[in-house]
Design a protein. Structure first.
Length: 201
């Protein structure tokens, strides 16, 4: 009886130890999965931050944030207008150290908490953010190209005007030279006539 009790107790203890080990393994696996998920979210958010930083200044300014928020509305990613007041409120939430710009860590910390925890909706949000940022970059590039073309046209116009002015000055100089030459020839002819008249006397 005592031996059977001891065997039962040993078996129960062994089972309890196995269960505890299993629970510990499951907890460790869950913690490892959570750590991997945090790392994944941080990497994706860091990627989005780099594209959101439209001027590559190392932070997101209030104007950049407004531009991005407005572009998300234009793309149909969010409804309603994106106002300056809404932008200021979001900026205040993001800019924890009140520097007037959002750092990478501030951006990642805020959106890691505020976006969905599930992978698929989180990834959908990341893709929407990237599309909005790329649309902003494309518009900036197009505007820069238009501005560069306008500057080039202004320079070409200025060069053409300068060339025309030089040509006009050269023409005036030639006319003046020809007039001076004609006057000199006329004076010489007059002198010859005077000399001839004196000779006849």
């Amino acid at each position: 009886m005592c031996i059977r009790d001891s065997e039962s107790a040993a078996a129960a203890a062994a089972q309890e130890a196995a269960d505890a080990s299993s629970r510990a393994s499951q907890a460790e696996a869950a913690e490892a999965a959570a750590a991997m998920d945090r790392l994944y979210r941080a990497q994706r958010l860091g990627e989005v931050f780099s594209v959101f930083d439209l001027d590559h200044g190392g932070s997101i300014t209030e104007d950049e944030l407004f531009e991005l928020g407005s572009e998300r509305r234009r793309l149909g990613q969010a409804s309603g207008p994106w106002t300056r007041e809404m932008n200021r409120r979001l900026m205040k939430k993001l800019d924890k150290d009140s520097t007037g710009a959002v750092s990478k860590s501030e951006f990642c910390d805020y959106f890691a908490e505020s976006l969905p925890e599930e992978r698929e909706p989180f990834d959908d949000s990341m893709e929407q953010f990237l599309r909005a940022a790329k649309a902003c970059i494309r518009k900036k590039s197009e505007a820069a190209a238009v501005q560069a073309a306008a500057v080039a046209q202004d320079k070409a116009n200025a060069a053409a005007e300068a060339a025309a002015a030089l040509a006009a000055a050269a023409t005036e100089e030639k006319i003046a030279a020809a007039a001076a030459e004609a006057a000199a020839a006329a004076a010489a002819a007059a002198d010859e006539r005077v000399a001839a008249a004196d000779g006849e006397k």
